[in-house]
Design a protein around this ligand. Structure first.
Ligand SMILES: [Ca+2]
Ligand SMILES: [Ca+2]
Length: 276
C-alpha cells in the first residue's frame, strides 16, 4: 500500500471510530416493565426506574443501560419507583410514599420516610436536586387538584412548598434552575416557574395536559406528555412538537452532554434515545 492509500485508510478508520462513539443515539431499548424515569449515571450508563405492575409491591426495580447496550438490574424489591436523580454518586428515587437512596452497588435504604412529610404522601412522582443536596419531590395527589411539592433538606427537615397556591394542582415534573427556581409541569397542563425564596409562582405556558417530564438546555425547555405521547420544546413562549407517537411518554432526561433526549415509554416498555 502506498503512503497516500495508507493515509486514506487511516482517515476512514478514524471517522468510522468517531461515528461509532455516538452509536447509541436514535436507538430504542426494549423489555422494560413500565419504565417511568431515566438518569445518566457517573459512568455514562443510563439508569431506568421500572414500576413493574402498578400497586404491586417488591416488583419495582432500577435497571441500567450500559454503554455497550446491555441492560442489567441494579436494585430490586421496590414498590412503584418513579422519579430518579443522581447526587454525589447516589441515586434518589421516589417510591410511592417514600424517597429511597440507592448506592451504585445496588443496595438501598429509605432516605425520607412517609411519616416525616408535613402532608400525607399519596403519589410521589418526580424528584430533582439542588447543588447543596436538597431534594425537590412532587406529589401528584389524585391527578386533579390535591398535589403538593416538598423540599427534603440534607438535615432531614421537610418543607411544604408553595402552600395554598391554586396554580399547584397535580404537579408532576420538577426541575431546579440555578438553585433558586423550580420549573414545574402540572398534569393539568400548565408549565410553571416557582421562586424558591419568595414562594411565588408564575405561569410560563399551557397546553401540556398529561405533562410528565422536564429537561432544559440553555433556554429551551423539553416537556413530555404522558397522555398524548408527545415531546415538546418550549422557548420564548413558543411550543413545538419535536417527537410524537409514544404510547405514554414518561419522565425524560437530557444525556450525552445535552445532545440526546432519553424518553421512557411506560406502556410500550421502551427507552428511546433521540438526537436533538
Ligand atoms: Ca410495582
Ligand atoms: Ca413523572
Amino acid at each position: 500500500m502506498n503512503k497516500i492509500l495508507q493515509n486514506l485508510f487511516l482517515i476512514i478508520l478514524v471517522s468510522l471510530t468517531l461515528s461509532g462513539c455516538g452509536s447509541d443515539s436514535n436507538k430504542k431499548y426494549e423489555g422494560f416493565m413500565m419504565p417511568e424515569s431515566v438518569a445518566e449515571g457517573p459512568d455514562g450508563s443510563i439508569y431506568v426506574s421500572e414500576i413493574g405492575e402498578r400497586d404491586i409491591d417488591k416488583d419495582g426495580k432500577i435497571s441500567k443501560i450500559n454503554r455497550d447496550g446491555t441492560i442489567e438490574t441494579v436494585a430490586s424489591g421496590l414498590y412503584d419507583p418513579k422519579g430518579i436523580v443522581f447526587h454525589n454518586d447516589k441515586l434518589y428515587v421516589t417510591d410511592r410514599d417514600v424517597v429511597i437512596e440507592v448506592d451504585l452497588d445496588g443496595t438501598w435504604q429509605v432516605y425520607a420516610g412517609t411519616m416525616l412529610f408535613p402532608k400525607v404522601p399519596v403519589f410521589f412522582n418526580d424528584i430533582d436536586v439542588s447543588s447543596n443536596g436538597t431534594l425537590y419531590v412532587s406529589d401528584t395527589g389524585d391527578f386533579k387538584e390535591s398535589g403538593f411539592i416538598f423540599a427534603v433538606k440534607p438535615s432531614g427537615e421537610i418543607d411544604l412548598l408553595f402552600e395554598g397556591n391554586d396554580l399547584i394542582k397535580a404537579p408532576n415534573g420538577v426541575l431546579v434552575l440555578e438553585d433558586s427556581k423550580l420549573l414545574i409541569v402540572d398534569w393539568a397542563g400548565d408549565l410553571l416557574e416557582g421562586d424558591l425564596k419568595s414562594q411565588e409562582i408564575k405561569k410560563l405556558g399551557e397546553g401540556f395536559e398529561g405533562g410528565d417530564g422536564l429537561a432544559i438546555n440553555n433556554d429551551t425547555i423539553y416537556i413530555s406528555s404522558w397522555t398524548k405521547g408527545t415531546i415538546y420544546s418550549f422557548k420564548n413562549g413558543v411550543t413545538k412538537v419535536i417527537a410524537d407517537g409514544f404510547e405514554a411518554a414518561a419522565d425524560i432526561a437530557l444525556i450525552r452532554d445535552n445532545k440526546v433526549l432519553a424518553v421512557p415509554d411506560m406502556k410500550a416498555g421502551t427507552v428511546t434515545f433521540i438526537n436533538i
